[in-house]
Design a protein around this ligand. Structure first.
Ligand code: SDX
Length: 388
């Protein structure tokens, strides 16, 4: 391909470039609509559960009663992790970031299960069950271990979200809190070809095992421009401190071209529909369990930003209100992104399965901008050295 043609095709960050056909999720960024397998996110967040939504994303249809009962039973049966994984987590520094612990422990699952026959339906079903079942257990285990305690075993009498909150906090959650958390997981489960899902598809296209696919995606999600933003939003709100400081904070940040965390999106030119639902969930939490002073700061910031950033199509995204919900649920701040990962595993696995169904290894091109062909330079003849 000529350099001229390559320059015409070049899109930094593959912005707007379709790299696959997919039937999993559709985003209408202009009007703020999001559907999973054709079902509007508002419907799923209101009526579904995370496990039912995960099943829909991965196998393409809402499960029948028997299919859902079997899937829930399988996930419940596979929540425990080997003592070897727990012992490995005990070797990690308590000061390490939980996303690094999750990436390592997700990859370690591949040591226990063969990577043969990855395209067989039963292998896919088993891998989906194991990863959806064990990721929350590993996140909760690292939390207790880094506090110097032994992790607690899952409770078979608790549903998926209630069990995670129990393993994390050692207390059985209020049913409303568990339901609100489950709805947060639905909202974060899938979002077409975001960076971590693209990572998952690229890794899947080499036909490696699904544990490596998820580990690759976890590492990508950890970045502050992607899943890591939810942690930074709270720090930003605390920096602003008072609602009447939001305007000055924004003016100062914009003048320094500082990104406002929890705002902006490659796809949405209006408020992320998930942000609207998460804002309602936050208000539901505050009504029942008490307010969070940072909420006024958040709504004031959104108000002030609407005039300053709105004209550029920059509005709150999924990360803007999620942290306020998680904090009220008693989830430590540096676990916000691992919680995002617990949910997004469903989307990553849906894309893994879809990629296997019509695979072609990802190998894009580049525009070479380096040195042209040149002769070897003996050591004694070299003068300049780069600022290494
Ligand atoms: C997630 O892709 C997904 O679907 C991701 C996600 C999912 O569910 O998987 O939705 C989850 O990652 C949400 C995003 C979380 N990240 C943040 O909240 C970090 C802050 N946001 C930005 O970094 C940014 O908005 C991105 C990364 C989210 C999107 O960036 P783009 O599309 O690459 O836009 P850009 O950086 O090229 O910016 C375009 C313009 C620039 O201004 P100009 O130079 O043209 O004048 O918009 C400005 C940017 O400065 N801009 C912002 C801004 N985001 C974009 N200005 C201030 N604050 C921001 N947050």
């Amino acid at each position: 391909m000529s350099k001229e043609t390559s320059e015409i095709l070049f899109r930094p960050g593959l912005e707007g470039v379709p790299v696959t056909h997919s039937a999993i999720c559709d985003i209408d960024g202009l009007n703020g609509n999001l559907t999973y397998r054709g079902y509007p996110i508002e419907e799923l967040a209101a009526h579904s559960t995370f496990l039912e939504t995960a099943y829909l994303l991965i196998w393409g249809e809402l499960p029948t009663q028997d299919q859902l009962r079997e899937f829930e039973a399988q996930v419940q049966m596979h929540r425990r992790v080997s003592f070897r994984v727990r012992d490995m987590l005990k070797c990690f520094p308590a000061t390490g970031h939980p996303m690094d612990a999750l990436q390592a422990s997700a990859a370690s699952l591949g040591l226990f299960y063969s990577r043969r026959a990855i395209d067989k339906p039963q292998y896919i079903y088993d891998a989906v069950v194991r990863l959806i079942a064990k990721i929350p257990t590993m996140v909760a285990a690292f939390q207790l271990i880094r506090k110097g305690q032994d992790p607690i075993q899952p409770r078979d009498d608790l549903a998926y979200s209630a069990n995670f909150l129990y393993m994390l906090t050692e207390r059985e959650p209020d049913p409303l809190a568990a339901r609100i958390f489950d709805r947060c997981l639905i909202l974060h489960a899938e979002h077409s070809l975001n960076a971590s899902t693209f990572s998952a598809r690229v890794t899947a296209s080499t036909l490696t095992d699904p544990y490596a696919v998820v580990a690759s995606a976890v590492g990508t999600l950890a970045g502050p421009l992607h899943g890591g933003a939810n942690e930074d939003v709270l720090a930003m709100l605390e920096e602003i401190e008072k609602a009447d400081g939001a305007g000055d904070f924004l003016d100062n940040a914009i003048s320094k071209k500082r990104k406002i965390m929890g705002f902006g999106h490659r796809e949405y030119r209006v408020k992320d529909p998930r942000a609207s639902i998460l804002q309602c969930l936050a208000e539901e939490m505050f009504a029942r369990f008490g307010k969070d002073d940072m909420y006024e700061v958040a709504t004031a910031l959104e108000e002030e930003a609407s005039t300053r950033l709105g004209p550029k199509g920059i509005y709150p995204n999924v990360d803007f209100y999620s942290g306020l919900v998680y904090r009220k649920l008693g989830i430590p701040r540096d676990l916000f992104t691992p919680v995002f990962a617990i949910s997004r595993v469903a989307g990553w696995l849906a894309h893994w399965k879809e990629q296997l169904g019509a695979n072609r290894i990802f190998r894009p091109s580049q525009i070479y901008t380096g040195a042209q062909k040149r002769a070897w330079l003996p050591l004694e003849e070299r003068s300049n050295s780069i600022d290494a």
